[in-house]
Write a protein of this length. Sequence first.
Length: 172
Amino acid sequence: MPIELTRIDDKLIHAQMIWGWVPLIQPSLLIVVNDGAANDELKKKILLTAAEPALPYTRAKIYSLEEVLESDCLNEDSEEKVLLVLGKPADVAILINNGINIIKVSLGYMSERPGKKKILDTVFVDDEDINAFRNLVDIGVELVYQVSPLAEPMDARNWFNSYAEQGKAHVH
């Protein structure tokens, strides 16, 4: 079964994910792809604990990029209905470049950090993020900005193209 929803949300698993997106999508498997979470046993345990209210209907797994590419969990022939969560757009591009079929990405939260610039209410980016979004737009991925399942989705490709044309895409 193809990936039902791919979401960029650097909070990964949190209340809105479990009480909003999971009931809407009704996945059998919530997959987080994040090297930091996959390689930090405490963070992994905290995230899996946060996912417990979704059990037993939705299982949660946390993979590094390398692990997810080596597994078959994102195989379109799988019986699983997948909600895929990543922390940054560059990771989405890596998955696509390695044959994972992602045609639409829901953009939620990318936190404020040093060197990042606010471009949407809940999205802060740096040059790496801008380049990854540009790559995703160039290969035809649909980008939708939707803070929550109840919010009106916005076509972020149009916004991104307009933003880039105005020369505002470079972040200092």
